[in-house]
Design a binder for this molecule. Structure first.
Ligand code: ATP
Ligand code: MG
Length: 324
C-alpha cells in the first residue's frame, strides 16, 4: 500500500530534515479541530468493524515522542469510539530481564495485532535506536555479542527494523508510524503545569526533566531513525504536537484515510454456506413454530415473517470463530 499523502509524511527516500518540520500547528482554530476529530473518530470506529469482519489485515500504529508530547491522550482521543474487542494498546517501558534475554524485536513481535485488529504501540522497538542511541551505556545490559563497532550496530538495527516492517506489510499488517513532534519550549511548559496543577502532579517525573536536557541528542537520533526507516511500506508522519487538538485531529485523519485505502471487504458467504443457511433457517422456523406459546387469535409466529435484509457480514457472523 502506498503511504497516505500528507504534508506531514516523512520522505521515504532517506532525505528527511528535522529542521524542516514544524512543531506548531498551521493557522486554524481549536473548535474546528475538535469537531474534525469527533467526525473522524466515528468513521474510524465504523471502518474498524469492516477490518474485523474482513479478518485478513491488521493495522499497527506506532507512536513515538519526547515525554509530555501527548501520546497517551492522543491514543485515548482518537480511538475512544472503537470496539475494545478489536483493539489493543501496548506500552513499552524499560525492558525486563526476560525481554533482555531475547533479540530486541522479540517483545514487540509477541504483541503484534492479530488479523482484523488495530494494534497501538505506545513506544516500541524504536526505543532501541532512540533512547539507547542517546544512552549507549544501556547496551551493556543487553548481553549482545557484537558491540565493538557501534556504527555497524546501529546500521544493523535500522536494517532489522526495515526488514521486519516490510515482512509485516507483505503479510497483511499495515504499519503506520507517528512521531509527535513537540517543541522543547512547549514540553517545558507542560512540565511546569504538571508541577503547578495538583491533579497533574502524578504525571511529573524528575527523570523526564533530565532527559529533556539531552534534547539535541534525541533530535539527532530521531532524524537518523526517521531517515533510515520511513519507507513506502511503513511510513513515518511527523505531526506538529504543540497543539493537542490539531495533533489529535491530524492523527485521526491519517488513521482514517489509511483504513479507507485498505482493500477491506465484507466477507461473502459461499454458495455452500448460503444453501446451508437456507436449510437451517427452515429448521429453526419450524422449531420455533412448535414451541410458540399458543394464544387465541394469535397471528403467525414471528419466524415466518419475511427475513429482514442483512449485510453479508451479519449473514456470516453466526459461523465466525470465537473472537466475539
Ligand atoms: P508516561 O510517562 O506518559 O506514563 P512513558 O512512555 O514515558 O509514559 P515511562 O514509564 O515514564 O512511560 O517511561 C518509559 C521509559 O522506558 C522511557 O523513558 C523509555 O525511553 C524507556 N524505554 C522504553 N523502551 C526502552 C528500551 N528498549 N530500552 C531502554 N529504555 C526503554
Ligand atoms: Mg514518561
Amino acid at each position: 500500500m502506498q503511504p497516505i499523502d500528507s504534508p506531514y509524511l516523512v520522505p521515504t527516500d532517506g532525505s528527511f530534515e528535522l529542521s524542516s518540520v514544524p512543531t506548531a500547528p498551521p493557522s486554524g482554530d481549536e473548535d474546528t479541530w475538535k469537531k474534525q476529530l469527533e467526525k473522524r473518530r466515528k468513521r474510524i470506529a465504523k471502518l474498524q468493524r469492516k477490518l474485523y469482519a474482513d479478518d485478513r489485515f491488521s493495522l499497527l500504529l506506532v507512536f513515538q515522542a519526547m515525554d509530555a508530547a501527548g501520546k497517551d491522550s492522543t491514543i485515548r482521543n482518537v480511538f475512544s469510539g472503537v470496539n475494545p474487542a478489536g483493539f489493543q494498546v501496548y506500552s513499552f517501558k524499560q525492558p525486563s530481564s526476560e525481554e533482555l534475554d531475547h533479540d530486541f524485536l522479540w517483545r514487540s513481535a509477541r504483541s503484534l495485532p492479530e488479523r482484523g485488529r488495530i494494534g497501538v504501540f505506545n513506544r516500541s522497538y524504536y526505543e532501541e535506536v532512540l533512547v539507547v542511541r542517546v544512552h549507549p551505556e544501556y547496551l551493556a545490559g543487553q548481553k549482545l555479542p557484537y558491540t565493538e563497532d557501534r556504527e555497524a550496530l546501529w546500521a544493523q538495527r535500522y536494517a532489522s527494523i526495515r526488514d521486519h516492517e516490510r515482512h509485516l506489510a507483505d503479510n497483511g499488517t499495515v504499519v503506520v508510524k507517528f512521531w509527535l513532534n513537540v517543541s522543547q519550549r512547549e514540553q517545558r511548559q507542560r512540565f511546569i503545569d504538571r508541577i503547578d496543577e495538583a491533579d497533574k502532579n502524578w504525571k511529573f517525573s524528575a527523570g523526564d526533566v533530565a532527559e529533556s536536557k539531552l534534547w539535541s541528542e534525541y533530535m539527532e537520533a530521531y532524524q537518523t531513525a526517521l531517515r533510515e526507516t520511513s519507507r513506502d511500506t511503513a511510513p513515518w508522519y511527523a505531526i506538529p504536537a504543540d497543539s493537542k487538538p490539531f495533533m489529535r485531529a491530524t492523527v485521526a485523519d491519517i488513521v482514517l484515510r489509511t483504513l479507507e485505502a485498505m482493500p477491506l471487504r465484507w466477507p461473502e458467504p459461499s454458495r455452500k454456506d448460503r444453501d446451508a443457511m437456507k436449510r437451517l433457517r427452515g429448521e429453526l422456523v419450524a422449531a420455533q413454530a412448535k414451541t410458540a406459546p399458543k394464544k387465541k387469535g394469535a397471528s403467525k409466529p414471528s419466524g415466518e415473517k419475511a427475513a429482514p435484509k442483512k449485510t453479508p457480514a451479519q449473514k456470516t457472523s453466526s459461523k465466525r470463530r470465537g473472537k466475539r
